[in-house]
Design a binder for this molecule. Sequence first.
Ligand code: EPZ
Length: 421
Amino acid sequence: MDFLKIYQTPKLSGHIDISGAKNSALPILTATLLSQTPLTISNLPNVADVNTLLKLLEILGAEYQSLTPHRITINTQRVRETKATYDIVRKMRASILVLGPLLARFGHCEVSLPGGCAIGARPVDLHIKAMEKMGAKVDIQNGYIVAQAPQGLKGATIVFDKITVTGTENVLMAASLAKGKTKIINAAKEPEVIQLCEILQNAGVSIEGIGTHELEIIGSDGELLKMQDIAVIPDRIEAGTYLCAGAITNSSITLNKIIPHHLEAITDKLQEIGFGFEITHDSLTLLPAPKRKAFEITTTEYPGFPTDMQAQFMALALVCEGISSIEEKLFENRFMHVSELQRMGANITLKGHTANIIGGEDLKGADVMATDLRASSALVLAGLVAQGSTQVHRIYHLDRGYEKLEIKLQNLGAKIERLKE
Ligand code: EPZ
């Protein structure tokens, strides 16, 4: 297994290109199951989760060709298999995103329950309830969601008790082929959800309310869509992670190929801490802070502060003067990085879902273990400022969502290398 060795790096500099968004690429790939025509998808991030989902689609019968590591053509016309098996789904819970399209297109499917993960139970009850509301019969058999809608799905009004990103995406895809109108109340409106709406709209689906918590979709009544070629939007969480690398070393770095508007919650918080920015339409330069002040964060749905940036800001809090507090409101167990940071000398106390971090303590390099995708990146960030060297193990978690993280950090001047255990 690989691990990352990070040496204390006082300063970063230079610029990097941000990759396509993993959390946009995944629903885009499953949406191709709704297309009667082959299509090209560009700006795909070359990360493990995308490759895992491509493998699942291939098992279902899709055919794809990699034109470059970031560009594929995909044809799902010969898909006949409708079972997403446990061995794939357990590797990547976002495989649940095949539920809506398979059920809508074939009238039946079996999708393994994804099970929990390090950050929480992560149930899919809201996905299942929505499919039933659209006329499907859904049973849970031997750990599989067995869904049937032999007469096709019907439009319905879906009210989500909680805002769910992939739940909204599953309903969007199912509703696109359903008969009649579907309304989604309390829909997610993350940029990745907006891109999926735009893609479906470009394929001929009538969708109202894009970018709001209320969506109205008129389905095609079973007719497959003519999907157009797609360019995946930039990854706002990858961008935020590198901004935190610049912030924790108080450096000036530039991120290219981004959409600054998607980063507003992150840049607003960095500004509050003491940083400045130079922003163009597709790039952003971080300017060092004369003094880095402690801060407060409560994670919430977009456009609020993203839960996927919580761990990275906890690492940043370690170098901010004063006591910062971070409240995690979306997931019940997204503090797995705390104990690893404490092993490096971090002074963090947990009270329920709130972490209090005393900044300014000396951090010492140590062997630490990645537990989930974003926690892993927080350990790498802490390694940049800890004395000596830090070894981050189990970085397969990182490789799920960050493309060439150590190469990008090396390009910013970080002393980091990927080694074999
Ligand atoms: C998406 O996960 C992202 N993944 C996550 O990113 C992200 O953390 C999360 O949204 C929140 O922004 C992808 O887009 C592939 P949810 P998702 O359904 O859709 C509860 C990363 O690091 N819930 O919005 O699975 C759930 O338990 C990953 O890239 C139910 O109770 O998250 C959670 O508390 C991690 N029942 C809350 O809703 C359901 O049926 C939000 O979950 C569904 C969700």
